[in-house]
Design a protein around this ligand. Structure first.
Ligand SMILES: [Fe+2]
Length: 416
C-alpha cells in the first residue's frame, strides 16, 4: 500500500502494493486476466476474462501507459489519499511513549522473574500493578488525543531479549485503540490495555533462548503452551487485578478450531466461554504476532496480516480456523484503516470465497462495511463454474460473508 516517505514528504509504494498493479511491459497478447484492469484515472481498460488484443497492447505502449490497476481507486491512493481520511503522518502513540511502555513491561517481567527465583509463592506487587495501570492511562490519553492518527508497531529491538516486551507493549497499544474505537467502557479499555502488558507474564520463567526462537520443536512448543496457565496461577487470587485482566492472561490463545491452548476450546466453548473483549484482544495479539519483526522471522505487511486473519475466520468448509467473523468484523471496523494507513486491505478485483463455499470477485467495495462488498459469483459451492455469473450485494445479506481472499502474487494462505 502507499505510505508516506517522511523524509521527502512524498508518497512511495512499498512491496505489498505490487499485486494491485500490472506492468504493461509484462502483458502478453491473448493472455486473460481474471480481474478488470483500469488505468490511473480509473477508466476500465481491459475486462476480466477477455483476451488481450494486439491493438490494445499497441495502444498502451504508444500512449506510454506503464501500469494498469485491479482497483480503480488504487492510483488515487498512491497520491497519498486514504479512504478513511486519517492523518497518515501522525502516530496515535508517539515513539517516546511507546518505548516507555516497553520499559514498563520489562520492569514488570523482571519482577516476575524475581518472584520465581528468590521468593516463590509471593504475590505480584500492588505497586508494580499500579505502575502499569498508570502506563495504560497514559496510552489511553494519547489514543483519545490523537484519534485521527495511525498505528505502526514498534519494531526497534535494542536487544534480542526485548522481543516479548516490545510485543506486549504493541498489543497493549493496539488493544487500547480498539477499545476506544468500539467505545468500550473505561474499565474494560483499561483492562484490555493492562492485559496487553501482562498477557505473556507466564513466559518470564521460560528460557529466553526458547521464547525468542524463530521456530520451536514439539518439546519447546509444549513448554510455551503452559504460559497462559503459569501466568494465571501467579495472579489468580491477586486482589489488585480485575477478573477480565486475569482471564485475558488465561484465554488469549484459545481458538475456534480446538487447536488453541491451554484448554483447546471447541467452536461452541469458544463462543460461549470466551468473552467478547478477550476474543478481540486475541485478534490484537495475533495481528501483532504477524507484523512485528521477531528475530529470524520475516514480518507480514499490515495488508497481508489482515488478509491472513480473514483467511483464519471460521467458515463451514474450513478445517483450520481461529476466529469468529463477527469479531473480525469488529476488529476491522475499529482498526482496519488505522493499521493499514487508511487503505482497504481487500480491494475491487480480489478473488474471494464466501462462507457458503462460492467463489467470486469483488465488484465494488463498501467503505463503511469493507467485509460486505458487492461480489460477482463465478463458481458455486461445488466449485462448478456458473454459466452466467451473478452479482450479489453482501450488504443486503448479513448471513453471508467473505471468508477467504486469494493472492496472485504472495502466498497469504491459511484457513483451508
Ligand atoms: Fe501469549
Amino acid at each position: 500500500m502507499a505510505s508516506i516517505d517522511k523524509d521527502k514528504n512524498k508518497v512511495k509504494i512499498d512491496e505489498s502494493s505490487r499485486n494491485v498493479e500490472v506492468l504493461v511491459r509484462t502483458m502478453k497478447q491473448d493472455y486473460q486476466y481474471s480481474y478488470n484492469l483500469f488505468d490511473e484515472f480509473g477508466n476500465l481498460i481491459l475486462e476480466a476474462h477477455v483476451p488481450i488484443s494486439e491493438s490494445l497492447l499497441n495502444h498502451l505502449r504508444n500512449s506510454n501507459i506503464e501500469r494498469l490497476y485491479y482497483d480503480p481507486t488504487k492510483a488515487q491512493e498512491t497520491d497519498g489519499e486514504n479512504v478513511a481520511g486519517l492523518n497518515t503522518g501522525k502516530s496515535i502513540v508517539d515513539e517516546a511513549l511507546a518505548m516507555e511502555t516497553v520499559q514498563n513491561v520489562k520492569d514488570f517481567m523482571d519482577h516476575i522473574r524475581d518472584i520465581y527465583n528468590f521468593s516463590p509463592g509471593a504475590s505480584v506487587s500492588k505497586v508494580r500493578i499500579e505502575e502499569s495501570r498508570a502506563q495504560v492511562d497514559k496510552l489511553m490519553a494519547s489514543v483519545e488525543k490523537n484519534s485521527d492518527g495511525v498505528f505502526n508497531p514498534i519494531t526497534k529491538l535494542k536487544e534480542l531479549d526485548d522481543y516479548t516486551y516490545v510485543h506486549s507493549a504493541n498489543v497493549s497499544i493496539l488493544s487500547a485503540i480498539l477499545g476506544s474505537r468500539l467505545e468500550f467502557k473505561k474499565e474494560i479499555r483499561l483492562a484490555m490495555g493492562l492485559g496487553g502488558l501482562f498477557h505473556d507474564m507466564g513466559k518470564a520463567p521460560i528460557s529466553k533462548d526458547i521464547v525468542n526462537k524463530a521456530s520451536l520443536n514439539d518439546e519447546e512448543f509444549d513448554l510455551i503452551k503452559y504460559h497462559p496457565h503459569v501466568g494465571y496461577k501467579l495472579i489468580e487470587t491477586n486482589p489488585h487485578m480485575h477478573d477480565i485482566e486475569k482471564r485475558i492472561i488465561l484465554l488469549h490463545h484459545e481458538r475456534t478450531d480446538g487447536e488453541g491452548f491451554p484448554f483447546g476450546f471447541d467452536l461452541d466453548q469458544y463462543e460461549n466461554q470466551t468473552p467478547r473483549e478477550i476474543r478481540l484482544f486475541a485478534l490484537c495479539n495475533e495481528y501483532i504476532l504477524m507484523v512485528q519483526n521477531k528475530p529470524g522471522v520475516k514480518p507480514l505487511s499490515s495488508r497481508d496480516a489482515l488478509r491472513k486473519m480473514l483467511n483464519l475466520v471460521f467458515a463451514p468448509y474450513k478445517k483450520v480456523h481461529s476466529f469468529l467473523i463477527r469479531d473480525f468484523k469488529e476488529f476491522v471496523k475499529a482498526l482496519g484503516y488505522i493499521v493499514n494507513n487508511g487503505s482497504y486491505f481487500i480491494v475491487k478485483g480480489d478473488l474471494v470465497r464466501m462462507n457458503t463455499g462460492e467463489i467470486g470477485i469483488i465488484e465494488e467495495m463498501n467503505k463503511l462495511f469493507p467485509l460486505n462488498p458487492k461480489v460477482k459469483i463465478l463458481k458455486n459451492h461445488k466449485l462448478e463454474t456458473l454459466k452466467r455469473p451473478i452479482i450479489i450485494d453482501m450488504l443486503k445479506d448479513y448471513n453471508n460473508f467473505i471468508s477467504n481472499v486469494y493472492d496472485k502474487t504472495g502466498p497469504v494462505k491459511a484457513g483451508e
